[in-house]
Write a protein that binds this ligand. Structure first.
Ligand SMILES: *Cc1c(COP(=O)(O)O)cnc(C)c1O
Length: 236
């Protein structure tokens, strides 16, 4: 209770790694599930402190919020993932500063990201965001559009298609979320038959990462369970 926040964060990180390990074993998963630490609203100092534990991958929702952190922490060699909606006018900055874009959801972004990915960097890793619950308020492409969008990404040498991402509707009933995870897994398997190189299914957050892993997630995105609750004003 009297622990400094830093210590609490490190302990939460160790606890989540253990829980991920247990869930992966229980679900008979051959490969370790990757943890993406969602650092939106957190400072560069908080990210640096968590990076000391060996955590490499960090997720940000807004390009503008992420750029100063990416700049400040460049020498740490962290892996930055954009997980929020990408506006077309921010795509050039995203292509220069992130290692992964998990929120590609429309054809227009493909060419812009490819054109702006600097020649000196490896290809930009891309996940297609799918609006799996068909929510009017959510970004993401329709499941029916995944194949064509994937083909477009795969045709760009400066992009590397890695898989799919989803944010299922936050049903209080975990069984409903599980249905969405299962539908994502089916989409992922179908896409893998078409693009055998893909390896990443990004789904599951603080509240539901265990069922997500049980249904096939290879990467979970965790913010509040790691860093503590976000201030309500900036909560997403
Ligand atoms: C904020 C956010 C997360 C993390 O959510 P928590 O509930 O804090 O773990 C994961 N994915 C996306 C896309 C987010 O915006």
């Amino acid at each position: 209770m009297n622990q400094p926040p830093l210590q609490r964060c490190r302990e939460a990180h160790a606890g989540i790694l253990l829980a991920l390990d247990n869930a992966s074993h229980a679900a008979n998963r051959p490969d370790p599930v990757r943890l993406l630490a969602v650092s939106k609203t957190r400072t560069a100092a908080e990210v640096a402190a968590l990076a000391e534990t060996g955590q490499r991958a960090f997720g940000e929702n807004y390009v503008q919020e992420a750029l100063p952190k990416v700049e400040a922490l460049r020498e740490l060699g962290l892996e930055w993932h954009l997980i929020g909606h990408l506006q077309s006018n921010k795509a050039d900055a995203a292509a220069r500063s992130f290692d992964w874009v998990q929120s590609l959801d429309r054809p227009r972004l493909v060419a812009v990201l490819a054109r702006h990915r600097p020649a000196g960097l490896p290809p930009l890793n891309v996940l297609l965001q799918v609006n799996i619950d068909d929510e009017a308020s959510k970004h993401g492409c329709a499941p029916a559009d995944v194949a064509a969008l994937a083909d477009a990404v795969a045709a760009e040498p400066r992009l590397r298609l890695r898989g799919l991402m989803a944010i299922p509707a936050p049903h209080a009933d975990i069984a409903r979320r599980r249905e969405a995870f299962r539908a994502m897994r089916a989409l992922f398997d179908a896409l893998q038959a078409r693009h055998p190189g893909i390896d990443t299914l990004s789904m599951g957050m603080s509240e539901d990462y265990v069922p997500a892993i049980e249904e096939g997630a290879t990467m979970v995105r965790i913010g509040s369970a790691l860093f503590g609750a976000r201030p309500a004003k900036t909560d997403l």
